[in-house]
Design a protein around this ligand. Structure first.
Ligand SMILES: N[C@@H](CCC(=O)N[C@@H](CS)C(=O)NCC(=O)O)C(=O)O
Length: 328
């Protein structure tokens, strides 16, 4: 006998909403108003200290392909030419364990949780990527992307292929830091504040702030090639990793759907420009990123269907942002 529709719907709503809030509380802690609260990174040591001296083939980066924060570190590693001196492992977002799985890892760890335990037995915080790992002492140097990228820029110049590429130049640091703050709150973390909102009001605020900043950035990029002019800096690396995921993932999965990046004249060319720099496309396998995001964030996409609307070839099209070498 068929279940009456009203009973079916009411029961499903009760069960699903309870499960949804329970899962979201683990995935993305929120404040009382339903706004996403990102947890502070816990490991904040520095490369170049007595404990962690810069040395070739001693450190390894752990990243995940979906993760825009980890992606910053993979790009900085390429821009500085550090592939030969800093190893990199890619963890896989695994919905069945609710975390990052490792395959054939040199430490013997099967997932990021085990890696964090190896570094600090009893650790009870979040086991996020990226991680800058010290292979010599089996410890975590740092797990905060905004700090790791500065260390990769500054501390390995002796071993880097491109030591003269300063991605964090003192001359524009203050302006860059100010811009980074705005972009972090409203764009990098802003897309997560949209996608992980647990109330309409929290979502409305996040989405308004996100598109307010994208409008501003589009205008800013009307008269300069990169955020701080030329050459490219870490501010661009930080913005790029959100923009490259935007039309593919955040527009649909995180409900950032007021506009797409391809609708912005300057932001879209800027995005293609950076994507087409030597070595960058290889750090961003777009189909895999989209597939892994839509499959791993179960509470946001329980049916597991992956959309197909974005033509990946568009990222290869001319950017018309200038012919001069982007990096001096
Ligand atoms: N503030 C950190 C954020 C890192 C982060 O949130 N990583 C996510 C993936 S996008 C993660 O690994 N989350 C797993 C968890 O929090 O349990 C950074 O910038 O490095």
């Amino acid at each position: 006998m068929a279940i009456p529709p009203k009973l079916l719907i009411q029961t499903a709503q009760l069960v699903w909403k309870t499960m949804w809030h329970t899962m979201m509380a683990q995935l993305a802690p929120s404040d009382n108003a339903g706004g996403f609260q990102r947890v502070e990174s816990q490991f904040r040591d520095s490369l170049g200290s007595a404990k962690f001296p810069a040395a070739p083939n001693r450190y390894r980066l752990y990243i995940g392909l979906t993760c825009p924060w980890a992606h910053r570190t993979a790009i900085t590693r390429v821009l500085k030419g550090l592939e030969g001196v800093i190893d990199m492992s890619t963890a896989i977002a695994d919905v069945s364990v609710g975390g990052w799985r490792l395959e054939n890892d040199p430490t013997g760890c099967g997932n990021m949780k085990e890696l964090y335990q190896l570094a600090q037995p009893g650790y009870a915080g979040r086991c996020s990527v990226p991680v800058l790992w010290d292979c010599e002492t089996n410890s975590i140097v740092n797990n905060e992307s905004s700090e790791i990228i500065v260390m990769l820029n500054d501390q390995f110049n002796e071993y880097a292929q491109y030591p003269d590429r300063d991605l964090y130049p003192a001359s524009v640091r203050e302006e860059g830091d100010r811009l980074n703050d705005l972009i972090y709150n409203t764009v990098n973390n802003g897309v997560y504040r949209c996608g992980f909102a647990r109330s309409q009001a929290a979502y409305d605020q996040a989405v308004n702030e996100l598109f307010g900043t994208l409008d501003l950035l589009d205008e800013r990029l009307g008269d300069r090639r990169y955020l701080l002019g030329e050459p490219i800096t870490l501010a661009d690396v930080r913005l790029f990793t959100t923009l490259i995921r935007f039309d593919l993932v955040y527009h649909g999965l995180f409900k950032c759907d007021r506009r797409r990046i391809r609708d912005y004249e300057n932001l879209s060319g800027y995005l293609r420009d950076i994507y087409q720099l030597p070595g960058i496309a290889a750090t961003a396998p777009l189909a895999t990123i989209q597939q892994e995001y839509y499959s791993s964030l179960f509470p946001l996409n329980p049916g597991g269907i992956i959309p197909t609307g974005v033509d990946l070839q568009t990222f290869e099209q001319p950017h018309n942002r200038g012919d001069r070498p982007p990096i001096s």
